[in-house]
Ligand binder design. Structure first.
Ligand code: F6R
Length: 595
């Protein structure tokens, strides 16, 4: 989703900002822009357009050295994808320039209250912010004009603001949308994502809501919205730069699929100390003291939540409910008396979950974020954090974060059960090896994909945990290959949806649970006799002649981590066959920071 990068210091602002924007490309966007200080004209000049950062880089190719500027990648929320709606936005008199992440919910109301005579150039909510700052600046100092504006905004924002009359100053503010300040040797980067400052800064702070900073030369001051200075505590930025390249792989997605066995081993290393599983005892105590776990998540993370529900309920015998975050935030269920909330989020920034967390905090209930980004909003604001150690996930379609989330949550279930009835270290190692041996032959999935996904509809079916993996398999296929795919409970298909089966519709059955293997096979026969092109993904001990993909047997609690691999590859190759932008599928964003 939208990305912000600002720079002020002595180095080449254009290069640092563009590099930062390239690093934020993985979040998904449709337009890019930059405002750079021109040392000759002594003004900030604006460059922006719909399209990729590459396109922006060509536009500013001949722009001379600049030591300060702000850049943005836009993911459209208000208004079409075009040059006028791209950020930065300027006030009408060209005095103020801003970039904005988030959504201003009351922008129409603000427009009607303060800016009736204003002629807007864009359809964005952002232009209202810059127009308001300008409006208030006629009657008060700039700092006050900014906070007066901020106090009137409802919704979410991360903002960088420049003033042509004081070009050496940069203002940054945030509310419900992440913004971080990075400190270099003698310069600062302000960005919505840590990735944008890796290699430039060695320390950073994540701004709190309703605070703003003024950066000028070497000085940085943090204020609350009443202009009282706040203390600033930078922490070391020790992010490893795993982004550098895709290795031998043509796309981040395939690189990330291939990393999964290593991540399983990394999770073991991180969570084991002196041969013992070392999860925070306070977390275990809190969950044990509760009556019911509520898992809140979106998309792929929610699918990991469903698998985790099955495992926690089986291993711990504790009830677990999974809820779509955007539904839970405004239509919560009747809760148990002692609830515990697990928020699963790769990015830790998903706005739907941030909204849930706010509501949960009002209930005084305890929360744990399961995330890949330990510096994220959700990690900072929950009572506990379980890191998944997947390393930066750049492809928009989540693969390694999904399996890492399940791996960490099964460890949690194991710790909660307190019964060491299976050798978890051995089983995780065995899983990692099984993943590796399957992935050694990953190209075999290419041929199957070519023969299978020839239609514009497809189904994954399964029962129990296989159904949950099928939901994720279907999401993966549809989001990057644009083939309409449903994940369906195998037994439910015949209650209506079977009407969609046509000649050669691909139906892939996931069969890894002995108790229901035959039932799922029967369901597959039902669709085969109606013309479907049927395939199977099965485990070794359940295989039958004619099965399509046979996976090694691993511990049943860990099987879903293995079963999903061929489906990730099917999605990858289906998108490849269609010549699509695999790492940046249309309309999608990596980090969904609007509700
Ligand atoms: C799909 C995908 C999304 C995310 C969802 C939640 O491949 O990545 O469905 O899972 O947007 O994002 P996080 O996990 O960052 O909260």
């Amino acid at each position: 989703m939208c990305g912000i990068v600002g720079y002020t210091g002595k180095r080449d602002a254009k290069e640092i900002i563009l590099n930062g924007l390239y690093r934020l490309e993985y979040r998904g966007y449709d337009s890019a822009g930059i405002s750079l200080y021109n040392q000759q004209t002594k003004r900030y000049e604006l460059y922006k357009d719909a399209g990729r950062v590459d396109h922006l880089a060509r536009i500013v190719e001949d722009v001379p050295y600049s030591n300060s500027g702000i850049g943005h990648t836009r993911w459209a929320t208000h208004g079409k994808v075009n040059q006028l709606n791209a950020h930065p936005h300027m006030s009408k008199n060209n005095r103020f320039t801003i970039v904005h992440n988030g959504v201003i919910e009351n922008y129409k109301n603000l427009r009607d209250t303060y800016l009736q005579d204003h002629r807007f150039s864009s359809e964005t909510d952002t232009e209202v912010i810059v127009a308001l700052i300008d409006y208030f600046s006629h009657t008060m100092p700039v700092k006050e004009a900014i906070t007066t504006t901020l106090k009137r905004l409802q919704g979410s924002y991360a903002l960088l603001i420049l003033d042509q009359e004081e070009p050496s100053k940069m203002y940054a503010a945030k509310h419900k949308s992440p913004l971080l300040i990075g400190r270099g040797k003698d310069d600062y980067v302000v960005a919505s994502d840590l990735m944008a400052m890796v290699g430039v800064c060695d320390a950073f702070i994540a701004l709190e809501d309703e605070t703003f900073v003024v950066i000028e030369a070497q000085k940085i001051i943090l204020y609350n919205l009443d202009h009282q200075p706040q203390s600033l505590q930078f922490q070391t930025l020790d992010y490893t730069d795993e982004l550098a390249d895709k290795g031998a792989h043509p796309h981040y997605m395939i690189k990330e699929i291939m990393e999964q066995p290593i991540i399983i081993r990394r999770i073991l290393e991180k969570y084991f100390s002196e041969e013992k599983l070392a999860l925070d005892p306070a977390l275990i105590k809190e969950i044990k003291a509760s009556e019911r776990i509520y898992i809140l998540a979106a998309g792929t993370s929610m699918h990991a939540g469903y698998v985790a529900k099955t495992m926690i309920e089986t291993i711990v015998r504790m009830p677990v409910e999974v809820h779509i975050a955007s539904e839970f935030a405004y239509h919560p269920p009747v809760l148990s008396k002692k609830p515990f909330f697990m928020l699963i989020s790769q990015s830790g920034e998903t706005a739907d979950l941030v909204a849930c967390l706010k509501k949960i905090k009002a209930l005084n209930a305890k929360t744990c974020t399961v995330t890949n980004v330990k510096t994220s909003t959700l990690a900072r604001e929950a009572d506990f954090t379980l890191e998944i150690y997947a390393g930066p996930e750049i492809a928009v379609a989540s693969t390694k974060a999904y399996t890492a989330q399940i791996a960490v949550l099964v460890l949690l279930a194991y710790a909660l059960s307190g019964k060491e009835t299976w050798d978890i270290r051995y089983e995780y190692s065995k899983l990692s090896q099984a993943m590796e041996s399957f992935l050694e032959h990953y190209e075999e999935m290419h041929q199957i994909t070519k023969q299978t996904f020839t239609k514009f509809h497809a189904f994954y079916i399964g029962r129990g945990v296989d159904y949950y993996v099928g939901l994720e398999a279907a999401l993966k296929l549809k989001e990057i290959s644009y083939i309409h795919t449903e994940g369906y409970a195998a037994g439910e298909l015949k209650h209506g949806t079977i009407a969609l089966i046509e000649d050669q519709t691909p139906v892939i059955a996931l069969i890894t649970t002995k108790e229901v293997a035959l039932n799922t096979r029967s369901n597959l026969h039902e669709v085969a006799s109606r013309g479907a092109n049927t395939l199977t993904i099965v485990t070794e001990s359940l295989k039958e002649v004619g099965d399509t993909v046979v996976l090694p047997d691993v511990h049943p609690y860990l099987t879903p981590i293995l079963t999903v691999l061929p489906t990730q590859l099917f999605a990858y190759y289906a998108a490849l066959e269609r010549g699509l932008d695999i790492d940046k599928p249309r309309n999608l964003a990596k980090s969904v920071t609007v509700e």
